[in-house]
Ligand binder design. Sequence first.
Ligand code: ADP
Ligand code: MG
Length: 279
Amino acid sequence: MKIAFAGKGGAGKTSMAAWLGDHLARRGESVWLVDADTALSLGQASGLDPSALPAPLAEREDIIRSHIGQGYMSLNPDVSHLPETLSVELPLGGPALPGVQPGQKRLLVMGAIGGEGGCACAANALLKAVLAHLILDRREWVLVDMEAGVEHLGRGTVADVDALVVVSEPSLRALSTASEISRLARGLGLSRQMLALNRCDAQEAPPAHLDLPKHMLRVPMLKGLKQRQLSTGSVLGLPEEALVSALCDELLICLCGHSNAPSLLQNAGVAVPAAHQSP
Ligand SMILES: Nc1ncnc2c1ncn2[C@@H]1O[C@H](COP(=O)(O)OP(=O)(O)O)[C@@H](O)[C@H]1O
Ligand SMILES: [Mg+2]
């Protein structure tokens, strides 16, 4: 299952990807957190010391050349060993569920792929191959923290995405960007979407004229995170842990229904409402 997080800068994409990754790992699932934003903050948000960040894939010219080649590109490289080579293990933000063996949580950093530079095309091809391997061959969870804005939606990072979380603040400008992202993603065939309205009050609702995903997750302002964010980059282990966990469950039920995550949802003791079950 591959879920991407998109939205304006500062909306909360990285925080939500870090929360969901930790939630899944502590419930026994193996998760790949993919930082596709050049701001490189997913590692820190997940509790990793910045000095331990892995080198971005886009900068590993040696690996790109040896797998994709120059001139004639190999379109079907063997990348089965690459995820481990390129990634680092992320610490869990808290204990696993009782009786559950925690899953692996690893960080892959993409770097500036598709910008200037000679091997952007090869880097993109390799990135696609690595992600396809994780999703199709290993059937593991892949959570992609995307670069802000809409122009990255067509890249390899969103190829084969099963579901999209459009993260937005409750403001007209942010929600207009969110609706643009949602529309573009639908145009790419990505119809399984959810709007995460971040830092919102219980009463706030998006204006009806905007074309937004029909399922909405309300994420309140978390005081515990606000209070400590000048001293740490991590968004895990918050006093609002139970709330974050309930939000992650809601998101999973809405986006995955029962078919892609039956064991996970049973482990978590979550009943899946029929309305949210995938076709
Ligand atoms: N619900 C929330 N409550 C309080 N602070 C939040 C919340 N969501 C995100 N933040 C904070 O807002 C800032 C931006 O969030 P981030 O996840 O980095 O956004 P993005 O990845 O979309 O740029 C971070 O400092 C994060 O800790
Ligand atoms: Mg971010």
